[in-house]
Ligand binder design. Structure first.
Ligand code: ATP
Length: 589
């Protein structure tokens, strides 16, 4: 574990990430990933894609980051995607009121507390501005919408927004995506991409930024029929922290298997439990320490009204529990919204096993009566009669039936509607799928993997800091060094580099400085293996170096143990690939 400062310093020095636009004073909440960070991020995204898209048989899309206003009217972001802003009356700095409460009291998840109560808490605890120390009691809290607004095209007639989550890019294309999935539920659509939130006070380095990467899966299921293949993750264990335990005095997270939390009803929706199992395996595979990880259920005030169940994956970083990802059962909320706000249907046609016969009410209004009676409204009255027959056939029981058109009531004798009931055969029905959404943040996962893999120790009397990143995500898999760049060792090592790169390995070459320093440099960026070409490789025995001739072999050094083994150069591509992919261990060599 690092203290946050060590990690941020290492991240900048070794090219993981740095605050962007430093030459212009830097801008809060925006980070540039350097060479090591960009490679690590790409590898983390690749493993996510492999696990959540390829292995699950889902489809991936890549939608625009700017979207027109109606999308966010329908999604609810325009009205409700707000944080609580409190402004300091003295220095003018803006802060998140709920964070001030959380940081200075024992209260957790203050985001779920109503605004008026947060104002009272600020007064009661005499909370002050984190920047200048001025008391904030009596300051009004405002709702601040987190979306970045822009204009599409010249002028301001067409407002657009940078997407605050990748999900809407999937939902709005549902009608077409359902076609690609041949209208067969369940089907899942993933997306990895940038999201933007104008956070009131970005903080904790990558953990709260204004531009970040999300990896989201929207799984569309038939709520009546579809079940996950729970067996695949039934034995996965993780710490669970249900809402009831959070609210109990002595409540603590406890270890359980996915099977147990489903059987005991702790996680109410098996689909959510399934993806908690998948996610636990994935977080572990990228280097998140499972002793500092848990699944926490949302408290009832925290959960969106439409979400039937919601859990967060959380990790402990610098003494705080932070949200790495959210897992929500969103019911039919998103698709119903877009269905009613747009011109398209957001449903799938569900075929029955056997066609069924049902009674259907029909009308065939007598237009020779409706025309003279209702004039220009006659067509609309006929449509209203048709809709009413479908909705409420009993309305036609009396001698006349009343429909509303443009706020006006029109009475029509039932005999003029030609109301009747016919038997029809139906092969299926249109249903609105429910959505299961694992929504993971890549930046927080990356930061946590770095923080949890940071170690310090002593090697040969020298201090070293190193990252125990799993080989599958480490920015570089192999460092290749000549013992010295002379007597042909440099040329030999460069040939090894070409060979390994040709085999698809991420390789770095380094011949500058003492060999120990070069190992330290690779340790600090988490390179799991280093290969050294020495005199023995060239077939020369050097008594003063303690080496005997071992032609065309090199030493391979493992980062965490610093143990070294000699491996034939011819075997290197295969051996190192197997080590990276977890198919062999260093001990087996
Ligand atoms: P928080 O409560 O921490 O603001 P959230 O509940 O609003 O997060 P979601 O809307 O569920 O977050 O977004 C899904 C994921 O996206 C989060 O779990 C997180 O990993 C990531 N994320 C959200 N906001 C940010 C941010 N400002 N910076 C970095 N990552 C973020």
């Amino acid at each position: 574990m690092s203290d946050g400062g060590d990690l941020v310093e290492l991240a900048k020095r070794r090219g993981f990430f740095l605050q962007s636009a430093g030459a212009y004073g830097g801008v809060s909440g925006f980070y540039t990933f350097g060479p090591s960070g960009a490679a690590l991020k790409q590898n983390i995204e690749d493993t996510w894609r492999d696990r959540f898209t390829i292995q699950e048989g889902n489809m991936e899309v890549d939608a625009p980051t700017v979207m027109p206003e109606p999308v966010f009217e329908a999604s609810g972001h325009l009205d409700g995607f707000d944080d609580m802003l409190v402004e300091c009356p003295d220095c003018g700095e803006s802060h998140r009121a709920d964070h001030i409460v959380e940081d200075n009291t024992d209260i957790e998840e203050a985001e779920s507390i109503p605004v008026a109560e947060v104002e009272e808490l600020i007064a009661e605890y005499e909370l002050v501005c984190p920047t200048c120390g001025t008391g904030l009691a009596g300051q009004a809290i405002e709702d601040f919408n987190l979306m970045f607004e822009t204009n599409i095209g010249p002028g301001s007639a067409d407002p657009g927004y940078l997407r605050p989550e990748t999900a809407q890019g999937i939902f709005i294309e549902f009608p077409q995506l359902a076609e690609y999935a041949r209208n067969q539920l369940p089907f899942g659509v993933t997306q990895i991409g940038r999201a933007y939130r104008n956070e009131i006070s970005p903080r904790k380095s990558l953990l709260r930024v204004r531009e970040f990467t999300q990896a989201e899966l929207e799984l569309f299921v038939d709520p009546e029929e579809d079940e996950p293949a729970l067996e695949a993750v039934a034995d996965v264990t993780a710490p669970f922290y249900p809402a009831a335990d959070q609210e109990a005095d002595e409540g603590q997270p406890y270890e359980a298997t996915i099977r147990e939390v489903v059987d005991e009803g702790v996680v109410g929706k098996p689909w959510i439990a399934y993806y908690l199992g998948v996610a636990k395996q994935w977080y572990e595979s990228i280097g998140v320490d499972m002793d500092r990880f848990r699944f926490r259920q949302h408290l009832s005030g925290e959960r969106a009204h439409y979400a039937a169940d919601c859990w967060d994956a959380e990790a402990e970083v610098d003494g705080d529990w932070i949200e790495l990802g959210g897992f929500a059962y969103r019911s039919d909320y998103d698709l119903s919204k877009h269905d009613s706000y747009s011109d398209e249907e957001f449903t799938v046609f569900k075929q029955y096993d056997e066609p069924i016969t049902v009674e259907r009410a029909t009308v065939d209004p007598d237009m020779s009566y409706l025309g003279p009676e209702f004039g220009g409204s006659a067509g609309a009255v006929a449509d209203a009669l048709e809709a009413l027959a479908e909705r409420d056939p009993d309305a036609f029981d009396g001698s006349e039936v009343v429909v509303e058109v443009d706020g006006e009531s029109h009475a029509v004798p039932v005999e003029k509607t030609n109301f009747g009931v016919e038997e029809v055969t139906e092969s299926g029905e249109h249903i609105t799928p429910h959505v299961v959404e694992p929504s993971l943040g890549i930046d927080r996962a990356l930061y946590t993997a770095l923080d949890h893999s940071y170690r310090e120790d002593e090697v040969d009397g020298e201090h070293r800091s190193y990252l125990t990143l799993p080989a599958a995500v480490a920015p570089t898999t192999v460092g290749v060094f000549p013992l010295m760049d002379r007597d042909g060792m440099g040329e030999y090592a460069r040939e090894v580099v070409d060979e390994l790169r040709g085999a698809g390995l991420a390789v770095t070459y380094d011949d500058s400085g003492a060999i120990g320093r070069r190992y330290r440099r690779q340790d600090e960026v988490g390179t799991p293996f280093c290969v050294t070409v020495d005199y023995a490789t060239l077939g020369e025995a050097r008594d003063d170096e303690g080496e005997s001739a071992a032609p065309d072999t090199v030493t391979v050094r493992e980062r965490d143990t610093t143990a070294q083994k000699r491996v034939p150069v011819a075997d290197l591509p295969e051996t190192l690939t197997a080590l990276r992919d977890g198919e062999r261990t260093f001990d087996d060599l």
